[in-house]
Ligand binder design. Structure first.
Ligand code: SF4
Ligand code: SF4
Length: 284
């Protein structure tokens, strides 16, 4: 079994491999929860998906502008051509936000070498500068001395692109983070959300992830780092706060099937579904 969203990670199997211990915990968990079988489409490829759908009623609050969590600390994938072409088509804007081209000039690289690196290098900068001179994820930027944001997402918003475009340009793992997808040997996807119950096998640590852990964000330890934001009333079910992202990343059928099942179980209610696009199109 593999962590599907990390299969294209630059560090390979050490990141995407699911250990035997985690696989056993995962198998036990899956036997005990309600599963919805549906179909997802990711990067134009269809998969059968078994969804731990009640997890999509868990509360979430993607308050990235007020977050100190280093979730953009390293390059999440070997970048796809969609991402590389978008940067090359908007190089000036990208440099204004990230300073990456200027940094490479200062390190003695010509514009031609910088462009070649964006076209060919795994992390879109020569490897020796990854997470060093070009700190954190290559695509990250700091709008101030506090938060870390995604230049790809910000550039899309500045250009007035749609949520569909954003999801196409950003790595899928980033659009869906911290949703967990495990793929088995038959290419079936198991989809869930990190929480108290899934924590033994999910790749992300629920206890350190404020966007899906309301209790953490209400704690004094968290407030010491994040005095602002993460308001209790801003926590909404994942199917709502991530509704648009889920539709664009996993397909409409996935979204509708999960939504319908949650409505039937009365884990969410119709009146809650009014501001689905606000999260993905939120402007700093
Ligand atoms: S941890 Fe969650 S809220 Fe914080 S920056 Fe990452 S996605 Fe946003
Ligand atoms: S969201 Fe953007 S900045 Fe963050 S890891 Fe992904 S590509 Fe990098």
């Amino acid at each position: 079994m593999r962590y599907f969203l990390f299969i294209n990670h630059p560090k390979g199997e050490e990141v995407f491999g699911v250990s035997k211990e985690r696989e056993n915990i995962f198998k036990e968990y899956i036997k005990r929860v309600d599963i919805l079988e549906t179909e997802v489409v990711i990067r134009d490829k269809k998969y059968i998906a078994k969804v731990d759908y009640t997890a999509f009623s868990n509360l979430s609050n993607f308050d990235c502008f007020n977050c100190q969590d280093p979730c953009c600390a390293d390059n999440p994938v070997i970048y796809e051509s969609n991402t590389r072409n978008f940067i090359l088509d908007n190089l000036q804007m990208y440099n204004n936000i990230t300073k990456n081209v200027d940094i490479l000039f200062e390190m003695g690289h010509s514009l031609e070498e910088t462009v070649k690196s964006i076209e060919e290098d795994k992390g879109m900068v020569p490897e020796q500068y990854e997470e060093k001179e070009i700190s954190l994820c290559t695509c990250s930027f700091k709008p101030n001395n506090e938060s870390v944001l995604c230049s790809l997402h910000s550039m899309c918003l500045q250009k007035g692109l749609t949520s569909k475009d954003i999801v196409k340009i950003k790595p899928t793992v980033c659009s869906l983070w911290p949703i967990d997808i495990i793929i088995d040997d038959e290419d079936v996807l198991y989809i869930t959300v990190p929480d108290d119950f899934t924590t033994g096998f999910t790749i992300e640590d629920y206890y350190d992830t404020p966007c899906v852990n309301k209790e953490l964000s209400m704690s004094s330890i968290f407030r010491r780092k994040n005095p602002n934001g993460f308001l209790e009333e801003d926590y909404k079910p994942v199917i709502i706060s991530y509704g648009e992202t889920l539709k664009q990343s996993l397909g409409n059928k996935f979204y509708e099937d999960v939504k319908t099942a949650l409505l039937e179980k009365e884990l969410v209610f119709d009146y809650e579904f009014k501001e689905e696009e606000t999260q993905i199109l939120k402007i700093f």
